[in-house]
Design a protein around this ligand. Structure first.
Ligand SMILES: Cc1cc2nc3c(=O)[nH]c(=O)nc-3n(C[C@H](O)[C@H](O)[C@H](O)COP(=O)(O)O)c2cc1C
Length: 349
């Protein structure tokens, strides 16, 4: 196995078959092109300008995000129904994240029990949906706080298509989970049935931020693309904003995540900026940093590796990424990502 992202993807297709692979790849129902990810395409327009006379050998990728130290500004993001892709589930990713000192964002729709995931030793953040009774969310805050989690990620752009029949890849993941008799983290039994169109607004956000802080954790809001929403979220008490279009899995026409980093960063005072959607390699992560993100989060490359080869493949994929990041930093002439200069980024027209 050569361990490139495209080889994990090919092997994931072979392991899962076209239907489940189609869900994982998850093109929106209105996508004109199943082969291309619009987030990845938007990232390809950014090019880096190396500085070759700085002579850097002492590269340090460490970063501090939301008061936590990580070995690199790279996280693994949330995905539902983890055991559809590998019997090892997201706990296998947790063990790799713990060893590599990277954060793990866990979907409330994962089917591996939370205790098994946190037992990996990884810094875990629980991702919740901004829908349903507020008390349900409070119960999940208690669950992650008891499990020693670092915080909560509240997804405010629906992570599933609310209209039946328009699910990513045409697969109804709730039905897949129910058929197998599994339960998600977010439901006492089976799958939480949440309203199709989330009705949460700023009032709920203020209450949730307070409840998260009372439990000694941090709150990240995920699915923000407009700077005014980012400003409102910070004013409501969010500690960080995850710029995300949820991988354009619901609607092809969402603005590419990479294009929204700079406008969102510009309005935030202290909140951390994270981003996901199309980040695949070290150059992408450097682009995210140059545009103002403190961390880039990856989902599908990690899920492809998990599907293709379980824990060893996830380890190989992430170790390779961190190695590549060291090399790109050296070529960019910086010992630390903070030293990158805006003059080192250009965008092709
Ligand atoms: C199979 C799958 C399931 C997902 N489930 C969730 C979820 O439960 N909650 C959520 O907030 N995002 C979910 N997402 C979205 C991802 O967290 C992420 O925002 C998106 O995939 C973009 O990152 P990527 O391009 O690196 O995959 C899911 C993505 C995939 C591929």
């Amino acid at each position: 196995m050569n361990g490139t992202n495209s080889s994990w993807k090919d092997r994931a297709l072979a392991a899962l078959g076209p239907r489940l692979f189609g869900y994982l790849r998850g093109r929106a129902f209105d996508s004109p092109d199943a082969d291309n990810d619009p987030n990845e395409q938007a990232l390809q327009r950014y090019r880096l300008v190396p500085r070759v006379l700085a002579g850097r050998a002492d590269i340090n990728l460490e970063c501090s995000v939301l008061g936590h130290r990580y070995a690199a500004p790279v996280g693994v993001g949330a995905f539902a129904a983890d055991r559809l892709f590998s019997a090892q589930g997201v706990a296998a990713i947790g063990r790799v994240c713990a060893r590599l000192e990277l954060p793990l964002f866990v979907s409330e729709e994962a089917v591996t029990p939370l205790a098994e995931i946190t037992a990996s030793g990884a810094d875990c953040w629980l991702q919740l949906r901004a829908a349903g009774p507020f008390e349900r969310a409070l119960g999940l805050l208690d669950l992650i706080a008891r499990a020693g989690g670092k915080g909560v990620v509240l997804t405010v752009l629906a992570p599933v298509h609310p209209v039946p029949g328009l699910h990513p890849g045409g697969v109804d993941v709730a039905a897949e989970i129910a058929t197998r008799g599994w339960s998600t983290i977010g439901a006492a039994e089976g799958v939480a049935h949440l309203p199709a169109f989330p009705a949460w607004g700023v009032d709920e956000l203020v209450r949730l931020a307070q409840a998260v802080h009372e439990r000694g954790m941090s709150l990240l809001i995920k699915g923000i693309l407009h700077p005014e929403d980012a400003r409102l979220a910070e004013a409501a008490g969010c500690d960080g904003v995850m710029v995300s279009n949820i991988g354009v899995r619901q609607l092809y026409r969402w603005a590419p995540a990479v294009e929204r980093i700079a406008p969102v960063s510009a309005v935030l005072k202290n909140a951390s900026v994270l981003v996901d959607g199309g980040f695949r390699n070290a150059a992408d992560i450097v682009v995210a940093r140059l545009l103002g993100a403190h961390m880039a989060v990856l989902v599908r490359p990690v899920a492809y590796a998990l599907s293709a080869g379980g824990e060893p493949a996830v380890a190989q994929m992430l170790e390779r990424l961190l190695g590549e990041l060291q090399a790109v930093c050296a070529w960019m002439g910086v010992a630390h990502l903070e030293q990158l200069d805006a003059s080192q980024l250009i965008k092709l027209s």
